[in-house]
Design a protein around this ligand. Structure first.
Ligand code: DGJ
Length: 755
């Protein structure tokens, strides 16, 4: 740690950002961006007084909380804001905790017992979470609550980060009684807001069109997104954003709740009868029931809550920084990620060693740094009907093994990467023949097949052990620098042979715990390997995965135009360093669309860049373009992977014909702006693109990529002030005689360097 970091640490400890006011019985979590205020109410329950703009420290805010929770009356059930509402009392809104007790009842009344404030942040047993690297970076408080009749003990944990408008929460539930309990709802966070003037923003879609931004104004009653697939899924991101209807990218209030979890989740908002809003986020209670024997604990995943008064941009910036630097971990967290080429769309299953080396050789000549061998290298996998589970090289295709191929790739001066799908088994496989009972299913019922494969029961430790052994052998057998960890189907007939009937409700969560165990052990055993997570593209792109794999395959859809929406949506919460983005061949394999190769690159540049094609089939002209693209990305990857990502023009607004975004370096000396126009329009009007996050006093030299000899180049390739670029903007007007030169699917990058 350098001296400055040490000073900041000491300072952090001296001005503890969590203050306990004993007379008001109030906890104030505070930094200069946000306040979170909690109070022990008169009846011992924990009230939520405020989460939002920073309020002065050293003051009592007890008047903000209602006198106390009175139980059922006609008017007191709604307006009281509670930290962790339970079922069965007079609060008839969505509970955060439901525990079935020995007599079958589920009522709880949690009362404050004690609390403990400590520097730094604790980890959560068996679950991924954000972290602090030094004690001064974050401060935490754990509040102990108890329900005396049942013995249920609840520890509410909160961490406030020194430099972000973020509070991370999780909950531990302990059976402190003498009878067995069943937890049937255990949310990670519940948030009560005093009005209902909110628009719910969700990131929703499907395979190949993941994370589209969808808005809806809250209405009375409940509105939710969820997964019951055993994975976070392509359909919805495990998060919930609430913004004011007037909030824009750059102004107005917004809350984010994002779950560090990869399995079944529920994100829900409820407008109650007195016009308040309750949001809750956590493991989906549907189908969930966790038995707690006396003395046993259950930990919820972590929910990361953020508040912004600077629009969605403020929220995104907070999540980007935290997820890139204090959720992602390992030796690749801060390193520039290599430009890769993946053979999947280039060859699918039809390849041999020479074909792969030929692709790699061309790629190497174009400057690409990493060659990734995708699906089809093991067992006898010539299509997707067989061999998952048999992680032994197919010598028909690779006579010299993975090792032989890996060495040839390294001899070219490239790194070598490998695809695996460890959680799966094909019915046509040696593994399934030996262990048919390892596949998830219900005895006496047919298993639903999907992509002709079944899922291994990772809730069973012996299966996780087996996978750790066989995958470790593969990874140790060859010079492997990168792993793409795929997962191509969701779980059906959920049940585990290893769990007794009354514990089947634990299955989905135990699967995820097994998955995290496997990921944790493999990333721990191979710390130099860069892991990329994938689930048929974006089917498990979530904060939980980011804790193990710092980057993810954002979508199987590589069409540049589709990617504008996918990457824009993902950027609401996820940093560009987490988004795999590749140039593929045309016609695009998902949409049939033909976009210029420069446009494909200009979109993929704003992510972890690579190619997904057969490089040997590129024409001479395309090769020259690819070489130029790779060089361009290498020159700017530090900026793109670690800089501030700013959304400028949304593909979800208006007719969606234009998109623009930019990356700005931390010192604001450099920026790259991307502008994209889907369809060309004749005789276009005036078009200015105002930039953000520049240094108003700096003067920037602007160059264009690709270069073009027309009005756009003439009007913009100048030296201009940061103030002017912010207030007036770039000139996107296209002379009507030159419109045809741009054509459909036009992309233009503007590179800014301060002089
Ligand atoms: C789905 C992935 O998203 C693709 O990139 C590819 O790896 C295939 N699976 C291979 O089966």
């Amino acid at each position: 740690m350098d001296d400055r970091a040490l000073d900041r640490d000491v300072e952090g400890l001296l001005t503890m950002p969590i203050e306990w006011d004993a007379s008001a019985r109030q906890l104030h979590l505070r930094n200069d961006q946000v306040s979170y205020l909690i109070r022990v109410l008169e009846d011992g329950s924990i009230g939520q007084l405020h989460f939002g703009a920073p309020l002065a420290d050293g003051r009592s805010y007890r008047h903000l909380g209602r006198a106390g929770f009175q139980g059922f009356t006609n008017r007191l059930d709604d307006p009281i804001a509670l930290e962790y509402p339970t079922a069965g009392g007079g609060d008839f809104r969505m509970p955060a905790l439901v525990v079935e007790q020995a007599d079958g009842s589920s009522s709880l009344r949690l009362e404050y017992a004690s609390h403990r404030i400590f520097p730094g942040k604790a980890s959560i047993d068996g679950l991924p979470s954000t972290y602090a690297e030094s004690a001064g970076e974050a401060t935490s408080v754990e509040i102990e609550l108890v329900d005396r009749p049942s013995g249920v003990q609840v520890a509410l944990s909160y961490t406030i980060f020194r430099d972000a408008p973020i509070v991370a929460r999780h909950v531990r539930i302990r059976n402190g009684g003498s009878a067995r309990l069943r937890v049937t709802t255990a949310m990670s966070a519940s948030l009560d807001l005093p009005d209902d003037a909110w628009t719910l923003v969700q990131l929703s879609g499907a395979w190949a069109r993941e994370r589209h931004v969808t808005d809806r104004r809250l209405a009375p009653g409940r509105q939710s997104t969820a997964s019951l697939r055993g994975a976070s899924g392509h359909e919805h991101d495990p998060s919930l954003i609430l913004r004011r209807p007037t909030t824009t990218e750059t102004s107005g209030e917004a809350y984010g709740l994002s779950l560090v979890y990869s399995g079944n989740f529920l994100a829900e908002a409820e407008v109650g009868l007195y016009g308040t809003t309750r949001a809750r986020l956590g493991i989906n209670p549907e189908g969930f029931a966790w038995t707690l024997e006396p003395g046993a604990d259950f930990n919820t995943p972590e929910a990361v809550l953020a508040w912004s008064n600077d629009g969605l941009d403020g929220l995104s910036a907070a999540y980007h920084g935290l997820y890139r630097e204090r959720l992602a971990r390992g030796s690749w967290r801060d390193r520039p990620r290599p430009v890769l080429i993946n053979n999947w769309e280039g060859t699918y299953f039809a390849f041999d060693e020479q074909k792969l080396v030929d692709i790699a050789t061309v790629a190497r000549d174009l400057g690409i740094e990493l060659f990734v061998l995708d699906d089809g290298w093991f067992g006898a996998r010539d299509d997707d009907t067989s061999s998952l589970g048999d992680w032994v090289v197919d010598r028909r295709k690779l006579p010299n093994g993975i090792d032989g191929l890996g060495r040839r790739i390294e001899d070219l001066g490239m790194r070598f990467g490998l695809w695996i799908e460890p959680e799966m088994v094909s019915e046509k496989s040696q593994l399934f023949a030996a262990h048919p009972d390892w596949a998830i299913g219900v005895a006496g019922r047919p298993r639903t097949e999907s992509r002709q494969q079944l899922v291994l029961d990772l809730s069973r430790p012996e299966i996780v052990d087996h996978l750790f052994t066989v995958i470790s052998e593969v990874l140790a057998s060859a010079p492997i620098s990168y792993v793409k960890w795929d997962m191509n189907r969701n779980i059906t007939e959920p049940a585990s042979l290893a769990l007794p009937a009354e514990r089947q409700g634990e299955f989905f969560h135990r699967y995820i715990l097994g998955l995290y165990d496997l990921y944790g052990r493999l990333t721990g055993a191979f710390p130099e390997i860069l892991f990329e997570s994938c689930a048929g593209g974006g089917g498990r792109f979530d904060p939980g995965m980011l804790a193990y794999a710092p980057q993810a395959w954002t979508s199987d859809d590589t069409d540049a135009i589709e990617r504008l929406r996918i990457q824009w949506g993902a950027s609401l919460l996820y940093p560009t360093s987490s988004m795999g983005a590749h140039v593929s061949a045309v016609p695009n394999h998902q949409t049939g669309r033909r976009t210029p190769i420069a446009t494909r690159a200009a979109v993929a540049f704003f992510g972890v860049f690579g190619y997904e094609l057969d490089a040997t089939s590129l024409s001479g002209a395309e090769r020259a373009e690819v070489a130029d693209q790779v060089a361009f990305y290498k020159d700017h990857r530090e900026l793109v992977q670690r800089g501030r990502f700013v959304r400028l023009r949304s593909p979800f607004e208006g007719d969606g014909n234009e998109t623009a975004w930019m990356s700005v370096s931390d010192d604001r000396r450099q920026a790259v702006v991307g502008f994209y126009q889907t369809l060309t329009r004749p005789n276009p009007g005036v078009n200015r693109l105002r930039l953000r996050e520049l240094d108003p006093s700096a003067r920037y030299r602007i160059t264009l990529w690709p270069a073009r000899a027309d009005t756009v180049e003439r009007d913009n390739a100048l030296v201009r002030g940061g103030d002017e670029l912010t207030e007036v903007g770039l000139f996107l007007d296209v002379d009507r005689h030159e419109v045809a030169n741009h054509g459909d699917y036009w992309a233009q990058l503007f590179i800014l360097r301060a002089e």
